[in-house]
Design a protein around this ligand. Structure first.
Ligand SMILES: CC(C)(COP(=O)(O)OP(=O)(O)OC[C@H]1O[C@@H](n2cnc3c(N)ncnc32)[C@H](O)[C@@H]1OP(=O)(O)O)[C@@H](O)C(=O)NCCC(=O)NCCS
Length: 148
């Protein structure tokens, strides 16, 4: 993801989330050397993106989205798998963690497919609408891109 991508990225973000990240949130991540950001491009159009960032010994999934009309075609899997593969080369001992809305069963299934396990819950973590967060974790030593 480059600064020039941000208008397209923000358009997808605004479509996918009720409390979207701002242009500056993405810009801040691009400028952070501990973050890995990827975009998926089809016919010169950005159709999805992922952002992960390492903080001390943990890496956090910060954001991921695919345009609704391109979902269930393996784009999210390609994006996230690519980012995890790069992370594994750079930080082979890190753990990957994320929060996901309890009601977002599509995303929970998606993460389970990568081998993430549920490790906790944060009650009423989300607003608009209010929802609990499920905390999931993956030991990336156990992640092998070819098997996912
Ligand atoms: C989560 C998201 C990024 C997945 O992207 P995607 O490109 O549709 O995912 P993929 O096609 O790579 O799916 C890979 C696997 O995840 C699982 N999966 C993905 N979407 C699913 C759904 N709606 N229902 C059930 N399983 C699903 C399936 O196992 C799928 O493999 P399969 O299609 O062979 O069965 C996408 O749904 C999205 O952008 N959602 C809105 C934003 C969001 O909720 N982000 C996560 C916030 S925590």
């Amino acid at each position: 993801m480059l600064p020039a991508d941000l208008h397209q990225v923000c358009a997808i973000e605004n479509l996918c989330y009720t409390t979207p990240w701002s242009f500056n949130s993405f810009k801040h991540e691009i400028e952070n050397s501990d973050a890995i950001l990827k975009v998926a491009v089809f016919n010169s159009q950005i159709i999805g993106y992922v952002c992960i960032r390492t903080m001390l010994d943990m890496t956090h999934l910060m954001n991921i989205a695919v345009l609704p009309e391109f979902r269930r075609r393996g784009i999210g899997k390609m994006l996230f798998g690519n980012a995890i593969g790069e992370l594994k080369r750079l930080q082979p001992n890190t753990k990957l963690t994320l929060e996901v809305r309890q009601s977002n069963t599509a995303a929970v299934r998606f993460y389970e497919k990568f081998g993430f396990n549920v490790t906790g819950k944060r009650t009423k973590y989300y607003k608009e609408p209010e929802d609990d967060a499920i905390i999931m974790e993956l030991d990336i030593a156990l992640f092998f891109p070819d098997q996912n």
